[in-house]
Write a protein that binds this ligand. Structure first.
Ligand code: ZN
Length: 229
């Protein structure tokens, strides 16, 4: 049995989460959330990628709204991240399996060193290591790194985000040449971050890059119309 799976079983046995972390209900709670809250999480259905994308495919599991937003936020707090990470990583691994992507390794989107130090961990790395364990793939934790002093993406336009991210993602210590990489992040907003990461991985000689994120922010008002076709 995988070490992480064993650890989860022991934790669930000795310290079961009996109430929903999102609403406090004790009804039908599994893995930290109740069936009602999980039912309110809307799957993200679009699998389209931009024409100039340096990655071959992208999957986001949920629409970044309500319960999903709250659950993702919990991953940023020590002492709360474990169950949400397990929940989202489980979904991400499931979707990657369904898509039949053949990847060789998993790489997390890097965090800025100062944020990671402050928090003590990078939530994308937590997600990535669990996705890697579930898919039985090696994790290349240090394949990418983020330059110090990168401006926050909040409040920037798509063009500004692209410019801001350009040169902010640097090659790290792992060798990804010839490999098909599964890039993992918690949230996709405009896609500027994964674009920069995938570009860096391709420059490092990766064969192909696939992207999986827990959630996707809805920026286009016509998203719900578009997914119908
Ligand atoms: Zn609930």
């Amino acid at each position: 049995m995988n070490k992480l799976v064993l650890r989860d079983r022991l934790l669930d046995f000795f310290f079961p989460q009996v109430t929903c972390m999102l609403c406090g209900s004790a009804e039908q709670v599994q893995g930290g959330f109740c069936a009602e809250c999980i039912g309110k999480m809307e799957p993200y259905r679009s699998r389209r990628i931009p024409k100039d994308a340096p990655y071959t495919g992208a999957i986001s599991c949920f629409v970044y709204e309500d319960k999903v937003r709250e659950a993702l936020r919990m991953m940023k707090f020590r002492g709360q991240f474990d169950l949400p990470v397990r929940f989202f990583a489980g979904k991400m691994a499931e979707e990657v399996r369904k898509a039949h992507w053949k990847c060789d390794c998993v790489v997390p989107v890097p965090a800025e060193p100062r944020y990671e130090r402050k928090r003590g961990y990078n939530q994308s790395e937590k997600l990535a290591s669990r996705v890697a364990a579930l898919l039985d793939l090696p994790m290349e934790k240090k394949a990418l790194r983020k330059k110090r002093g990168t401006r926050s993406q909040v409040g920037l336009s798509m063009k500004q985000r692209m410019e801001n991210m350009e040169g902010a993602i640097l090659p790290g210590k792992s060798d990804v040449s010839g490999k098909t990489v599964l890039l993992v992040d918690d949230l996709m907003t405009t896609g500027a971050t994964v674009h920069a990461c995938a570009q860096a991985l391709m420059k490092m000689g990766a064969k192909a890059v696939y992207v999986v994120t827990a959630a996707h922010a809805i920026l286009e008002p016509d998203y719900k119309e578009k997914i119908k076709d």
